[in-house]
Write a protein that binds this ligand. Sequence first.
Ligand code: ADP
Length: 594
Amino acid sequence: MFRSLHMKLVLIMLLLITSLMTIVGAFLMTSITGFYIDQFYEQMDSVFGTSNASFYQALRSEAAQEDGAERIRNMVEANAGALGIDSRTRNYYILDGSTGAFLTGSDEEGGAALVQTANLMAARNGEVGDNSDITASYMDLAIPIHGGDNFFIIYIYDNREVVSNLNSQLFMIIIQALLVGLLISVLLSFLLSKTMIIPIEKLTEGAERVAAGDFSSTIAVESSDEIGILTTTFNDMAAVLEETLAAVENERNKLDTLFLHMTDGVVAFAADGSIVHCNPAASEMLESNVEHMDYDSIFGALYPLSELCALQRPNFKEAELHLHGKYLEIYFAPFDQESGSGVMAVLHDVTAQRKNEEMRKEFVANVSHELRTPLTNVRSYAETIRDTEDLPREVANGFLDIIIGETDRMTHIVQDLLTLSRLDSGRAEFKMTRFPFADAIESVCRAVELDAQRHRHTLLRSYDSSELPMIVGDRGRLEQVMMNVIGNAIKYTPDGGEIRISAGTSCDKVWMEVSDNGIGIPRGDWNRIFDRFYRVDKARSRESGGTGLGLSIAKEIILRHGGTISAVEHQGPGTTIRIVLPIRQASEVEENHE
Ligand code: ADP
């Protein structure tokens, strides 16, 4: 029940009431005592004061008499009313001035036990003793009376019983008032708690809900005072906070999606080198469990982290890393320099770019090399014909045949290069038609039959034409591919060899295999024979008029048909090249082609 603020309010009220009552009580009691003392001396003054000088003279002359003490007593007794003598709280005493001994008075008993007060001492020294201390428990007046040889002291003593009783009664009243005040303060604090603390508690609950991320309920505004204004302001603030948080969340989601799906890698490092963030692309590029790594173990060799943290925006550092066979371009930039700083690394995989560059360089070198050899031959034979005067006609004709052969070769290379370039750039047009697969094989076999016979090869056809389906494709180009593959089998098989052409279907695909028992291709070169200008045996290929481009052209054509071409396992010596093509509808191919 007694919450902190409530308790404080009660305590403040209690302290306020108590201190107020104490001050008022003390003031009242002091004032009453002061008033009583003043009244005492006013009464004394009305009898013994200068305004009543004749009374004082009369006292002196009475004192000079033999029974001076008795005479003085009579005179004082006559003024007892004016002096307020009541024989109970206030008495008078006639004392011997020189010894201080009690002679007579209104209180015989008290007179014998009189205390030597300061005023009494003063009177014994011949002066009027009329000083009174407010803190003392009495008040008194001592007047010296000289008459002839006699010396008396009139001493009036008041034990302040009246004022003490009055003060005690006042004290009781104050205590009662204090109790009532305290009771009222407790009641008031309850009232205050209802009007002030309950709304504050509601506000606190609302703030706790908002802190926990619940913006759904607003706090009811029950008054238009400061607390009401505070509640309205709090509701407005919560609404703005909700909107801002939603906007921030939205931005964060966008960034998360961007980081998640971007092809560039992003790794953020804290100033101590630990990884703060790493997107999937970066993990893939670094090919390691980056969670257990830090800056030094990944990029430590490139730049010290402190140097990167000290960079001023928009400066950044660039580096290249060759990691796990990949070429990575890395850009380092500092972030969040106000609060502790860190470094962001953006990783760009340039492996394909580098490989393309290498391939381009290699390609240019290959083209130059391929063209230089026949050109050198052409030039040297032409020079020989020109410089040899009596060259026999047959020899010159032989040289001219070589020159023609070399130019044919060059034309062949240039044509192949043009075909490849058209295929690469997508400029080569494919005339897609629907035709029987078996017919295409048959026409290629017929075309190479003569060549095969020349080399005494046996051309075996092991397929059933009736089982082969219709396919959709550019018949001319597909026949060019088959021709190239069968041509290679003829070329790379020693005379008298056996070339087997088989074909069939599997699922929604049609396949054709050309096997020979020739020189074969080492396993490690199976993929490379489809590279441009790649030849397993350069001399032999060149001898047989090969350009090293046939299979790369074949691969491009087959790929454009959605098929595959590859060297496959072969029983015994020789090679088997397998072509697989999808069996598709003409409409499908049109769509894909577009
Ligand atoms: P080429 O014009 O030199 O024949 P290709 O691209 O057609 O060029 O073939 C590439 C290389 O593959 C050839 O140089 C040859 O070394 C090898 N090759 C292709 N087919 C065969 C085969 N049936 N037997 C042996 N080697 C082959």
